[in-house]
Design a protein around this ligand. Structure first.
Ligand SMILES: [Zn+2]
Length: 332
């Protein structure tokens, strides 16, 4: 009993240490936001525990960044209807919650029979990229909470070939890089979604997860010309918003709802890869923290309590599963 009590006290002490006020001008982050190494460790463990349905992929530097859910031990029928979805998280370092959403969805999918059946029979594959910018995440968690770019100062969501516009965004935190796909993080993602055969190939659904608003956005970010399937995108976006009970969620094209952004992943996926259901999800904003201190980036972009974090993750994970259900209807 005494031993158990000691363990409990130790846990409380560690918790307090992790959520304390920190030193200097930088406020400490809550302990439930993990650095990229800890996320990679969980990815490796999940791959080890689920060998029959998963393949984890490696980036050029030999680090686990992406996780592919697809049957590897069962023979798949190449003529069977097949759907695929991609969830991309963590492009911007300070939006730590987005990586947690990818990991939450991964755990949900691995624990739910309805999706596992579809993965096992080859009718569904899911690509999760929790760490689209691993060094950017670590920099935001451990050095500068407002860090958005990769270590070379490039905004990974301005570095894609569609509407790439270097002169307009050469300065500041939306620097697009010297040329489209100049960054290794995006080259890795490109290799996953743009090639066929051993790679994932263009998915039916692509979600690029961000925080800093509450919104479900579709193409285009860089052009006022609406996408051809705008009515369907709006219908799906509104249905998801309603399902989540998200009264504050804005639904529409990025450029109409917020501002012009050039070289974004969703514009590239929709226009160049033909991904009909490509969305940017903005999953969280703490408006009162923003009003109190615009430089308090960690608390503006990320929930501060474990219960609020879980609530946000659960709602957006449900939304992703709704989209997977949509693909099941297509295959019938
Ligand atoms: Zn972002």
């Amino acid at each position: 009993m005494a031993c158990l009590l000691s363990l409990f006290l130790l846990a409380v002490l560690l918790l307090n240490f992790g959520t304390g006020t920190g030193t200097g001008t930088r406020e400490a982050r809550p302990a439930f936001y993990r650095n990229s190494l800890n996320v990679q460790t969980e990815l490796a463990n999940l791959a080890y525990m689920n060998p029959s349905i998963s393949t984890h992929l490696r980036s050029e530097d030999g680090v686990h960044h992406a996780f592919r859910l697809r049957a590897t031990t069962l023979e798949m029928d190449p003529t069977a209807p097949h759907s695929s979805a991609a969830l991309i998280c963590g492009q911007h370092g300070r939006e730590a919650i987005t990586t947690e959403l990818c990991m939450f969805v991964l755990r949900q999918l691995l624990s739910q029979r309805q999706h596992l059946e579809r993965i096992r029979n080859g009718s569904l594959s899911v690509l999760l990229l929790p760490l689209a910018n691993p060094q950017g995440r670590d920099s935001a968690l451990e050095v500068n909470p407002c860090s958005r770019t990769n270590p070379r100062g490039v905004d990974l969501n301005r570095n894609w070939p569609q509407f790439f516009n270097r002169p307009a965004e050469e300065e500041g935190e939306t620097h697009p890089g010297p040329y489209p796909l100049s960054e290794s993080e995006n080259q890795f993602l490109y290799s996953l979604i743009c090639h066929n055969s051993s790679h994932f190939g263009p998915p039916d659904i692509l979600i690029n997860v961000h925080s800093g608003e509450e919104a479900i956005l579709y193409a285009f970010d860089g052009s006022f010309v609406p996408p051809q399937n705008e009515a369907r995108l709006a219908r799906i976006g509104n249905a998801l918003s309603l399902r989540m009970g998200c009264q504050d969620c804005q639904v529409g094209s990025g450029v109409m709802n917020f501002y012009s952004a050039y070289g974004t992943l969703v514009d590239y996926a929709h226009k160049q890869l033909g991904v009909e259901l490509a969305f940017t999800w903005e999953i969280f904003l703490n408006r009162s923290a923003e009003a109190a201190n615009p430089r308090d980036c960690h608390h503006i972009y990320n929930p501060s309590s474990a219960s609020q974090l879980h609530d946000v993750l659960q709602r957006w994970s449900d939304a992703f599963e709704s989209l997977l259900a949509l693909t099941a209807q297509k295959n019938k």
